[in-house]
Design a protein around this ligand. Structure first.
Ligand SMILES: CC[C@H](O)CC(=O)C(=O)O
Ligand SMILES: [Mn+2]
Length: 341
């Protein structure tokens, strides 16, 4: 029997950007893109962690403008497709046009799980420019399977080539993934992808659950480099999928080498599940809030875990990074009041 093909989408140079505070240099982007292209990934995504246009005071400034990184990566890619992420409102149609001119062939239009309608024009415009367009639903743990189907259909009707379900908070367990992907599989006519975060240590297990329910595009990053406790570790993902009999087209030894020789040396901290990243998963908080929370905790002399619990309680979603400081400020005020009472 022919092996099922699984397309591996690498987002080291995009989700990994969160983990290095958006400090990738052109040389690093070139080396990583070249390595990923050689090992056979289907799509190489590169952008500021919060997508094109994300470099800002709210999300953190990029060390090197992302369009320079995109141009650098473009020169090194021969086989994979070059992709970017765009959050409508953070990135604009003009940013997308510029990325296209610089060689991007794929755009993943990312919206909160209940807000696909704000991405319709971006999907349509990308298709008009000849790009592959993907509807990327974030924070899917917050949406029922039925809501996800409804929102995916909005993207499908706009012309999206596939739908990506993202467990942005790394909060899902395999049954959550199975339930959502299986209903989606029965309900839409385009392929399905899955994007995991490892905050509960389930990124690989959840990715496998997605594949078993019919997802054919799976995200990974070298060494797991990404927001929070990171993403599904690409070299592990490829090895596990291979062992399960799927065809990823990935050179597994090559993937190990890219992770070990090119990505690991530029990592700023080990990609581990420490207390704060575990709390992201446990409380269902956006993974990219982690480093912003550390900074706020230091500034207001708080335990990062307390800030994360409060962010989870308030159901903050992607894009609300400014609320981290707000929450930290009010917790610090409360602490002061309690000390004086
Ligand atoms: C802020 C964009 C975000 O990092 C996209 C993503 O990777 C996710 O939702 O997990
Ligand atoms: Mn992510």
């Amino acid at each position: 029997m022919e092996k099922q093909k699984i397309n591996i989408v690498d987002t080291t140079l995009r989700d990994g950007s969160h983990a290095v505070s958006h400090s990738f240099t052109t040389k690093e982007a070139e080396d990583i893109a070249e390595g990923l292209d050689k090992i056979g990934v289907s799509i190489i995504e590169i952008s500021h962690g919060d997508g094109i246009g994300g470099s800002s005071i709210n999300y953190g400034f990029s060390k090197v403008p992302e369009m320079e990184l995109i141009k650098g990566a473009r020169k090194k890619i021969n086989n994979a497709k070059l992709g970017v992420l765009l959050l409508p409102g953070v990135g604009t149609i003009e940013d997308l046009e510029e990325a296209r001119r610089n060689g991007a062939e794929v755009v993943r239009v990312a919206t909160h799980v209940s807000e696909a309608d704000i991405g319709i024009q971006h999907i349509k415009y990308a298709k008009k420019m000849g790009m592959k367009a993907v509807g990327f639903l974030m924070m899917c743990h917050m949406g029922s399977s039925e809501l996800i189907v409804e929102q995916a259909k909005i993207f499908e009707d706009s012309g999206a080539d596939y739908i990506n379900v993202a467990d942005s908070a790394g909060h899902m367990v395999p049954d959550d993934v199975r339930e959502r992907i299986s209903l989606l599989k029965k309900s839409i006519n385009i392929p399905i992808g899955f994007h995991a975060h490892n905050n509960l240590g389930l990124a690989i297990a959840n990715s496998i659950a997605a594949v078993e329910e019919g997802a054919t595009y799976i995200d990974g990053t070298c060494r797991g480099l990404g927001a929070g406790a990171g993403n599904a570790q690409l070299e592990v993902l490829a090895a596990v999928l291979n062992r399960l009999g799927y065809d990823t087209g990935i050179d597994i030894y090559g993937a190990m080498d890219v992770a070990e020789d090119i990505v690991e040396p530029i990592m700023q901290r080990p990609q581990v599940i420490n207390t704060a990243s575990l709390m992201l998963g446990y409380a269902g908080v956006y993974s990219s809030f982690l480093l912003h929370t550390y900074r706020a905790a230091e500034k207001f002399k708080l335990n990062p875990r307390d800030i994360l619990v409060e962010l989870g309680r308030r159901k903050m979603v992607g894009g609300q990074e400014d609320m981290i400081v707000d929450v930290a400020f009010s917790l610090a005020q409360k602490k002061k009041e309690t000390a004086h009472s």
